[in-house]
Design a protein around this ligand. Sequence first.
Ligand code: IMP
Ligand code: MG
Length: 174
Amino acid sequence: MQSADKKLILDSQAIHNRVREIGEEISKDYQGKEILVIGVLKGAFIFMADLIRTLSVPVTVDFIQVSSYGNSAASSGKITLLANPSLNLQDRHILLVEDIIDTGRTMRWMADHFSTLGAASVHLCCLIDKAERREEEVTIDYLGFAIPQGFLVGYGLDYNEAYRNLPHIYHLNL
Ligand code: IMP
Ligand code: MG
C-alpha cells in the first residue's frame, strides 16, 4: 500500500548531484588506496549502487545486515545482526555506507563491531543525517543531506518494507 500522505523532500536530480559530489570527495581522499565499501542492508542498497559508480578508485563491495526497527517507525533500541560481510576485513580500508542515521544506535553498534575486526581504517558515508532524535554520538565522514526530522521513504528507505523503489525521497505522514 503506497497511498499514504507523503511530501517530496529530495528529488532524484538533487540526490544524484549530491551523490556525485560525495563520490568525488571520497575518490580524492582515498587516492592510491582500494576501498572495501560495505553497505548496510537493506536501506543503503540504492545509494550504494549509485555511489560506487561515481568512484574513481578501485572498489570491492560487501554488505552487512542488521535490524533495529522491526516493523515500526521507532527504533526498538535492540540491534540484531542478520548477516556479516563475507570478505576478510583484515587491513582493509572500509567505507560503511548507510541510508540514514536517527538515534545513532545502529552506527554505535557498527563502530564497536568493526573495531574488533582488524580493519586498517573505517569511515562512514551516510545519505541522510536526522539529528533530532540522536542519542549516541556518531561521526559522519561523508554526508549527503541533513534533514532535521520526520520519517522518510524512497530511494532505498522503507516504511514496513514499502516505498524503497521510489526514485525521490518523501516525508511520510504517519
Ligand atoms: P538508528 O539506529 O536509530 O540510527 O536507526 C537507523 C536505522 O533506522 C537506519 O539505518 C534506517 O534503516 C532506519 N531509519 C531511521 N530513520 C528512518 C526514516 O526516516 N525512514 C526509514 N528508515 C529509517
Ligand atoms: Mg539502515
